[in-house]
Design a protein around this ligand. Structure first.
Ligand SMILES: O=C(O)CCC(=O)C(=O)O
Length: 250
């Protein structure tokens, strides 16, 4: 049974992201949230202890309840509906928590980054670039404006495609969008606001960023990155038709 409509697919092609609401069951959300709370150094019943608590990754992505959010929900099938059945490597998401900052100063982002590039702290080897086809951000808590929303810059997947037609994939230092585009060239940021079980799919070359959390809730997100099985053959190619390899979208 198909989960995505033609409208969903054309929205993803145009904007580079797609938000689907209520994809996970309550039981899946609850199990994932419990797994996160087991590792959080704060009192679950006392929100005042959540401010600047930690850790940002309170349990591994290999935890069965975390992995299940992709592998035992419609999430993986939805990605396959876009990329093609059997085309993606498996895997699961990892926890990415943003704790309340405890202050009230918040500004929206003008720029973000493309994933896969070396920075001094992210573990990507210098001189290489990681390749992702499609990524997903899953919420297991209510996240509102200014609450550390995962943030995308709609349309930057198409801008990146144009850019890489004439520039090497390795040319963007740190993957930062401000190395390529001015503030004026960047589209407005879109905060993914959502409820537990909501999911945002985003193109592997979508500019995105994290954001500060000045709300009460801990920003409980799981982020998964998925690449095609033939990534090594196609990663440095920029075909004229950016959807040439996407069986469900071309
Ligand atoms: O946590 C977030 O909202 C963004 C994370 C991010 O930008 C990344 O992992 O590349």
């Amino acid at each position: 049974m198909a989960h995505l409509t033609l409208k969903d697919k054309s929205f993803f092609k145009e904007n580079g992201y797609l938000i689907k609401r209520g994809v996970l069951s309550n039981a899946q959300v609850q199990a994932a949230r419990d797994a996160l709370w087991d590792g959080i150094e704060a009192d679950r019943n006392k929100p005042e202890t959540w401010v600047q608590a930690g850790p940002r990754v309170p349990c591994p992505g290999s935890h069965p309840a975390i992995r299940a959010t992709v592998q035992e929900s419609p999430v993986f099938s939805m990605m396959e509906e876009m990329v093609g059945v059997g085309q993606l490597n498996g895997g699961g998401p990892g926890p990415h928590l943003v704790f309340p900052s405890g202050d009230d100063e918040w500004t929206g982002a003008k720029h973000g980054h493309l994933d896969g590039y070396y920075t001094p702290t992210n573990g990507v080897p210098e001189g290489t670039v990681g390749y992702m086809t499609i990524n997903v951000t899953i919420y297991v808590e209510h996240i509102e404006h200014r609450g550390g929303c995962f943030t995308v810059f709609p349309g930057t997947h198409r801008m990146a495609h144009e850019y890489f037609k004439t520039h090497s994939l390795l040319s963007v230092q740190g993957g930062s969008s401000n190395r390529i585009w001015s503030d004026e060239e960047m589209p407005s940021a879109l905060e993914f606001e959502g409820a537990p079980g909501d999911v945002c799919f985003w193109h592997g070359q979508m500019v995105h960023t994290g954001s500060k959390n000045v709300n009460r809730n801990i920003r409980m997100a799981l982020i998964g990155r998925f690449s095609r099985k033939d990534s090594n053959d196609i990663r440095f190619e920029t075909p004229d038709d950016m959807w040439a390899d996407w069986e469900g979208l071309r």
